[in-house]
Design a protein around this ligand. Structure first.
Ligand SMILES: Cc1cc2nc3c(=O)[nH]c(=O)nc-3n(C[C@H](O)[C@H](O)[C@H](O)COP(=O)(O)OP(=O)(O)OC[C@H]3O[C@@H](n4cnc5c(N)ncnc54)[C@H](O)[C@@H]3O)c2cc1C
Length: 353
């Protein structure tokens, strides 16, 4: 067994990812190596050129509970969907899981009339889609989806990519750059306005034809009552913090199913990594309230899950090309390794000894 990596020099960049994981799970040496190897691969030019590479000073302090409960009333249904993914894979479970996450978002961020609208559309079988990924790139200052005013009327110009089932969406949640400032605004668009937007499928579907992504472009008028702002923007983050560890658990359930089907060969080291990811996600899901560390914990857990999916594909353990593509795609969805690492690094880079 190789010795554990020391956290000096470049390897110190792994600390913002390792510290949250250490408070969530018993990390086998392979998990530390995986995290560190990923960080060394992902370190960008700015980090390599400008970072002092001194040790991070992130206390693995006791969890500090905030007043916000971490339960949204959908936990039992989501548990049943994850169980289904363990027995049958993500294919039959995926859209149900996404629907539960969408309901969670509307429940916590929508006002009663927005919640009623969405409930009505869903009861009529309408398809919804959440448009976050922007054609302008990840930085909000570059987003092409933005607001413009003309004669006292606000319009949202939409140029969004790669959203689940967006090509056939009948109502939309669109995250846009505001006219002033950098806090994104989320708009709920009704079927009449969505019908005027250009919606097109993009790329081949995932999960054996079961999951298609789409792009959306165009411009529609918007009104203040379209904005999802119940509880403030921090609540959107809480909904994502609720969804992400459950998505990670569903991904690990999918791996279990692939193995059962003989489509994934897994050795003892990989098994210990799957168990570690499950333990970390379970620890987060078992919490009764959000803590100051919750966002870090979720990002670090998604990062480790991503790196495990990548490792399985790179090492040739996945039998079918379609499964390989699915696993790498899921390593991007809901937080790629680079975005998770960058967010953790950026938050903690000032805390150096
Ligand atoms: C199956 C699936 C479902 C999805 N569903 C939705 C959805 O419903 N709604 C939606 O809005 N989006 C959705 N997406 C899109 C998803 O959110 C994005 O793919 C995700 O945010 C990752 O962004 P990225 O692909 O640009 O890759 P990232 O790896 O996050 O890259 C982001 C940016 O950082 C740069 N970068 C990456 N690595 C480095 C590095 N080491 N150094 C410097 N720069 C780097 C890249 O060039 C890029 O500009 C989905 C994607 C998939 C695959």
């Amino acid at each position: 067994m190789k010795p554990e990596f020391v956290r000096a020099g470049l390897r110190s960049l792994a600390t913002p990812v390792l510290t949250p994981l250490e408070r969530l799970a018993d990390l086998p040496p392979a998990a530390r190596q995986l995290v560190t190897a990923g960080v060394l691969r992902l370190a960008d030019s700015k980090m390599l050129i400008e970072d002092p590479l001194t040790p991070f000073n992130i206390a693995s302090h006791p969890q500090s509970a905030t007043e916000t409960p971490a339960a949204f009333g959908r936990e039992d249904r989501i548990e049943r969907i994850i169980e289904q993914a363990t027995g049958q894979g993500l294919k039959p479970a995926f859209h149900n899981l996404m629907q539960e996450f969408a309901y969670t978002l509307i429940d916590v961020c929508g006002n009663p009339s927005q919640q009623a609208l969405v409930a009505d559309w869903l009861s009529r079988g309408f398809v919804g889609s959440y448009l976050m990924t922007d054609a302008g790139g990840p930085g909000i200052s570059d987003w092409q989806t933005s607001l413009r005013e003309d004669g006292g009327q606000l319009y949202v110009r939409v140029n969004k990519l790669w959203a689940i089932e967006a090509h056939r969406a009948e109502f939309l949640l669109v995250v846009a750059r505001p006219q002033r400032g950098f806090l994104p605004l989320t708009f709920l668009l009704d079927p009449a306005r969505v019908a005027t937007l250009d919606r097109a499928p993009v790329g081949q579907p995932f999960l054996e034809g079961h999951l298609q992504l789409g792009n959306v472009q165009g411009e529609v008028p918007v009104f203040p009552e379209d904005i999802l702002k119940q509880g403030g923007l921090a609540v959107v983050n809480k909904a994502l913090t609720f969804a992400r560890p459950r998505f990670v658990r569903a991904l690990m359930a999918h791996l279990t199913w692939l193995e059962t089907e003989g489509r994934l060969l897994i050795d003892e080291t990989d098994r210990s990594l799957v168990q570690c990811v499950v333990q970390a996600a379970d620890t987060i899901c078992a919490r009764k309230s959000f803590t100051r560390e919750s966002v870090d914990d979720v990002l670090a857990t998604k990062y480790l899950a991503n790196e495990l999916l990548l490792k399985l594909v790179v090492s040739g353990c996945v039998e079918q090309a379609g499964d390989e593509r699915d696993l790498l795609a899921f390593s991007k969805m809901e937080g790629s390794s680079y975005r998770c690492f960058l967010e953790l690094y950026s938050k903690h880079k000032a805390r150096r000894s």
